[in-house]
Design a protein around this ligand. Structure first.
Ligand SMILES: [Fe+2]
Length: 197
């Protein structure tokens, strides 16, 4: 299979991405920091450019806190305008839109490893934060792969999280769920202080 845009290269935007998070992310900030760290770890695993993948993870929901839960507007003009303030290349917007397959899948297919990883890990980082917050210690250091897997099977827990999107790692990334959770969890533990967890 030929992967298009496999050499996405906008890692030079990392300092600017940090600035955007500070300015525009509030409730979503922990999720974005977590996803950035996870994408960096996945880039190491799959041989992607670590800074580029991190930027995609950090900025993928940058518009969310301004949309008043209007999911239809997600990844639209608000995001485009924010990215323009840092002169981001079109490929960053495309990589971000690809994580919203229900709306943008036709124009921005999951045709690169970066896009596939972002799509699968997006739901997982949010889920791991939810799992951490119900632990007595509320410390991510106490969370293990098996506790994440157990909660994934509990359909009533964090019911809005799309389990199929996380589980798609086996097909899209050819990676077992256990390893996918382990890499993501370890990456999040590495930025525990930034996450406040
Ligand atoms: Fe997200």
């Amino acid at each position: 299979m030929t992967l298009l845009l496999e050499h996405a290269d906008y890692g030079h935007l990392l300092p600017a991405a940090h600035g955007l998070l500070e300015q525009h992310a509030d409730a979503t900030k922990a999720h974005l920091v977590a996803t950035g760290a996870a994408m960096e770890a996945l880039a190491k695993k799959f041989g992607g450019d670590t800074q580029t993948w991190k930027v995609a993870g950090m900025l993928h929901d940058l518009d969310w806190d301004q949309l008043d839960k209007d999911y239809e507007a997600h990844c639209g003009d608000t995001l485009d305008n924010l990215l323009k303030t840092i002169d981001a290349p079109a490929e960053l917007l495309g990589d971000i839109r690809a994580h919203y397959q229900a709306k943008y899948g036709e124009d921005y297919p999951l045709d690169t490893q970066l896009r596939k990883c972002l799509y699968c890990v997006d739901e997982l980082t949010g889920f791991i934060i939810a799992v951490t917050l119900v632990r007595p210690s509320k410390a991510i250091a106490d969370v293990e792969v098996k506790s994440v897997k157990k909660k994934l099977k509990d359909k009533g827990f964090a019911a809005q999280v799309d389990r199929a999107q996380i589980g798609a790692c086996t097909e899209l990334l050819d990676m077992e769920l256990d390893e996918f959770i382990q890499i993501t969890l370890d990456a999040m533990k590495g930025v525990a202080d930034d996450l406040g967890l």
